[in-house]
Design a protein around this ligand. Structure first.
Ligand code: SF4
Ligand code: SF4
Length: 408
């Protein structure tokens, strides 16, 4: 698609947007890529691509945060041509360079052809004046004079108390009144008990939550339903649980999926599960490589909702995945004390909780809280524990695997 064709597609999107009140889900033609699926909600007032681009994992030039501009631009060009019109960045992504990249990459296109979301870094924020300073800097970095979507980043119970004290919501509402923010929301990473009080505090236009088929029954479903019953559209983050649901399914689980729908990848199953929820506005994916982007564009162009029968298949695969990855440790503690000080049963217990219900960030934090001397890396492979374990667990090997999965 050349620039002229692109502008025609953008105009088509704008025309469909103007048809407010038409059916909830629509598609806009994009000849080379198939037809991207869009969602529309009355309070949002724009058609948003069901696949959104998360700019937190762009290709890098090396070990540091610097983004490979050439590769990054190619991805953005492809995404826009494929019909993606929602791009999500934040103050913290790529140590502040994601917003700069977003500005450089997207400013090559007409402003009305993309929706840009960024976030106020609540962890940093101490005062309203500081918020204003950060916000103005974000506009400058992103080369825009307004954000289509703006979020208070990463709220949870304790941070919410701080947010109320520093006046960030009032500040954001003022910016919305001035047209500097078109739609205001927040992203949430806390306990479900704290979610409703934040939802009820003001009139949010949208909310961003972690949701995927693994976490659905643990916490995502409840958050989704709380937002839905208040009429607040949901932006989904972590649809693949940090890539885990695409890359780490056990072979037996993959087989179940493959048998039910040959050729469909684990990532496609995961996207289809979460994007089928009707109150989802867009599903964010941090696409680092062109092949990820191409596969995801195919999944959403057009989007095929998951069927009840397929949900059963997915539930079966999930069960296998959870069971298959667990360490069969009974917690008998016969292996203790480890001469090197490794907290063997505690690590296995923590890991099994992570496999079945715990969020990765919580698991990693608890693992780190054990201290370096008790972590798996302290194992010197003396083999003393192997003789004591009635479950015949290859303890040193499992410790290595767990460390790699949590910290790799
Ligand atoms: S093999 Fe590792 S975990 Fe087992 S007793 Fe020796 S040092 Fe401890
Ligand atoms: S001896 Fe084996 S089953 Fe018992 S706590 Fe240690 S690792 Fe777990």
């Amino acid at each position: 698609m050349n620039r002229r064709e692109f502008l025609k597609t953008a105009a088509a999107i704008a025309a469909l947007t103007a048809l407010g009140g038409c059916k909830k889900e629509a598609t806009v033609s994009s000849k080379k890529q198939g037809t991207m699926t869009y969602r529309e909600f009355p309070g949002i007032g724009a058609k948003i691509s069901l696949l959104g681009y998360g700019l937190m994992r762009m290709p890098k030039t090396g070990q540091g945060p610097e983004i490979d501009k050439e590769k990054g631009f190619a991805l953005i060009d492809k995404a826009l041509k494929g019909g993606i019109n929602y791009f999500d960045t934040a103050w913290f992504y790529h140590d502040g360079l994601s917003e700069v990249f977003a500005g450089e990459a997207l400013s090559r296109y007409p402003r009305e052809s993309y929706n840009l979301a960024s976030k106020l870094p609540m962890r940093l924020l101490e005062s309203g004046e500081q918020a204003e300073e950060i916000f103005n800097k974000q506009l400058e970095k992103c080369k825009v004079d307004y954000f289509d979507f703006y979020l208070l980043h990463n709220l949870n119970g304790p941070l919410w108390e701080k947010t109320l004290a520093n006046g960030a919501v009032d500040f954001a509402m003022t910016l919305k009144g001035k047209g500097k923010i078109k739609r205001l929301g927040f992203s949430f990473h806390g306990d479900n008990k704290d979610f409703p009080k934040i939802l009820d505090y003001t009139k949010w236009d949208f909310v961003q939550i972690q949701a995927n088929y693994f976490d659905w029954d643990n916490f995502s479903k409840e958050q989704y339903e709380e937002a839905t019953k208040r009429g607040i559209p949901v932006v989904v983050m972590e649809p693949l649980r940090g890539g885990e649901l695409a890359n780490n399914l056990r072979p037996a689980a993959v087989e179940v999926l493959e048998e039910a729908k040959p050729g469909s990848t684990p990532a496609q199953w995961a996207f289809r599960f979460i994007a089928s929820k009707p109150n989802v506005l867009t599903v964010l994916s941090g696409m680092t490589k062109m092949e990820h982007l191409e596969e995801n564009l195919a999944t959403f162009s057009p989007f095929e909702p998951i069927t009840p029968e397929e949900e059963q298949v997915l539930a079966k695969a999930l069960q296998i995945y959870k069971e298959d990855g667990k360490v069969p440790c009974t917690g008998c503690r016969y292996c203790t004390p480890c001469p090197a000080g490794v907290a063997i049963p505690d690590i296995f217990k923590l890991y099994n909780e992570y496999r079945t219900k715990m969020r990765k960030r919580d698991a990693v934090r608890e693992y780190e809280n054990l201290g370096k001397d008790a972590m798996a890396t302290a194992c010197v492979e003396c083999g003393a524990c192997l003789k004591k374990c009635p479950q015949s667990i290859d303890i040193p090997k499992e410790l290595k695997r767990i460390h790699k999965e949590l910290k790799g």
